[in-house]
Design a protein around this ligand. Structure first.
Ligand code: BGC
Length: 451
């Protein structure tokens, strides 16, 4: 294998964590109504079913922060893959509601773990000039996972009537079990993935780190990178390693704000409640699934724009253009609802515009930036804090969106998302620094406040 092929293979394999993240979070949308009937759930139990995955994610993020500096990046990814496998199996064959909730929580732990470790590993492994596009692969994988879950749910539903096995008679079981396939593939592909050289240097296994670098970079580039990593490490020894040091504090603020505002753009409300929004706007309910598939496809395809341009035009360019499009489409959607002009295709077109702009900007760029701005010695801790903030924001939107929709109406809800996106735009213009092309070691000093 030549260097490029090898790097692509490694990043592709690790990005599968994103695919499972997307699949696991989306599969529930098709399964929930069947689970509800099967176990005669009341609204509290239904809420518990949905939020158990989210609770698992928060636990998973936290666990990664603790274990990945100790056992290494690769083993942590393997643990996440095993969680996905266990969850797919456990949900599919759960004999009681309690077991189902436990299995969902285990899947959530996998999601949380993958959301920290996959992009971090890719960011540590990719060459500086390709890092943006490679972390964007991870976002592409999330969107593919979401789309595959919709398609697989629809397929299982279509064959469930003539099925003889329990997995098909109770379609929700089949929907969950399918997840075992990508989980197994993920596990198998991880076998050939090496440990992160930056982590190896951190724990003083220099020789192994150097050997791995030689397999993915030409000799001169590998030597230079190795020396940079060593220097950064010795520099870190002489400075404070706390999260409050200026070299960490500023990127930490950037990471947390971007993570929270990514979610406050309303992305998951639009992806998951989109069909409801459409029904309330007068569209036929049988189009709901169709709508999800269209949104899923547009989301997936538009992420490719980020892959093509994140390293060419830079992160800030994508943020600026994408957020501008997001704000415009949200304001216009709000106006359509406010003036009662929601019938017809304009609403659909505006929502597509929103998804396109999200998919090439704050979707991938948030993950790229969070995973590249921190020095290695605090990276895990800092990325954990930012990713935790992101998941808490996911939870907040999930809790408050239906309430906001009911109390304030869709117009004001869209405008609220627009205001948060405007704050994100202003923040990106003034505080976020361009990181395109910089090595992770150059990032160590990039944020130190001027004396
Ligand atoms: C976000 C997820 C979202 C997905 C949609 C990711 O960047 O973090 O919350 O569901 O994009 O494509």
């Amino acid at each position: 294998m030549n260097f490029n092929k090898r790097i692509n293979y490694i990043c592709f394999a690790v990005a599968l964590g994103g695919l499972l993240f997307g699949f696991d979070t989306a599969v529930i949308s098709g399964a929930i109504s069947f689970v509800k009937t099967q176990f005669s759930l009341d609204t509290v139990a239904e809420g518990w079913m949905v939020s158990s995955g989210l609770l698992g994610s928060i636990i998973g993020v936290f666990a990664t922060g603790i274990i990945s500096d100790k056992i290494g990046r690769k083993k942590t990814i393997i643990v996440a893959a095993i969680m996905f496998l266990l969850s797919g199996f456990g949900c599919g064959f759960a004999s009681s509601f309690t077991l189902l909730v436990i299995a969902r929580m285990i899947g959530g732990i996998g999601v949380g773990m993958a959301s920290v470790i996959s992009p971090m590993y890719i960011s540590e492994f990719a060459p500086a000039d390709k890092r943006g596009r490679m972390v964007a692969y991870y976002q592409l994988a999330i969107t593919l996972g979401i789309l595959l879950a919709y398609l697989s749910n629809a397929y299982i539903l279509s064959i469930s009537d003539n099925g003889t096995s329990e997995l098909l008679q109770q379609p929700w079981r089949g929907m969950f079990v399918v997840m075992c396939i990508p989980s197994l593939l993920f596990l198998l592909m991880l076998v050939k993935v090496p440990e992160s050289p930056r982590w190896l240097v951190e724990i003083n296994r220099q020789q192994e780190a150097q050997k791995i670098l030689y397999t993915v970079r030409p000799k001169a580039a590998a030597d230079k990178e190795f020396n940079d990593i060593l220097h950064a490490k010795s520099r870190a020894k002489t400075t404070s390693v706390s999260l409050l040091h200026p070299s960490v504090r500023i990127p930490l603020i950037i990471g947390i704000v971007l993570a929270v505002l990514q979610q406050f753009s309303g992305i998951n409300a639009i992806i998951y409640y989109g069909p409801n929004i459409f029904q309330s706007a007068g569209l036929d309910s049988s189009n709901a699934l169709m709508f999800q598939v269209i949104i899923g496809t547009v989301n997936f395809l538009s992420t490719i724009i980020a892959i093509a341009y994140a390293d060419k035009y830079g992160r800030k360019f994508l943020l600026k253009t994408g957020l501008t499009g997001i704000i415009i489409s949200l304001i216009l959607c709000g106006i359509l609802f406010y003036t009662n002009h929601t019938q017809g295709y304009l609403l659909l077109v505006l929502m597509m515009l929103y998804i396109i702009c999200f998919a090439f900007s704050i979707g991938p760029v948030t993950w790229i930036i969070i995973n590249e701005i921190f020095p290695t010695h605090v990276r895990v801790k800092a990325v954990t804090v930012c990713t935790m903030a992101l998941w808490i924001a996911v939870w907040l939107v999930g809790q408050f969106f239906p309430w906001l929709l009911e109390k304030a109406g869709p117009a004001f809800t869209f405008w609220a998302f627009a205001i948060f996106s405007l704050i994100n735009l202003l923040f990106s213009l003034t505080v976020v620094k361009e990181t395109k092309g910089k090595t992770l070691e150059e990032m160590d000093t990039a944020f130190v406040a001027p004396h």
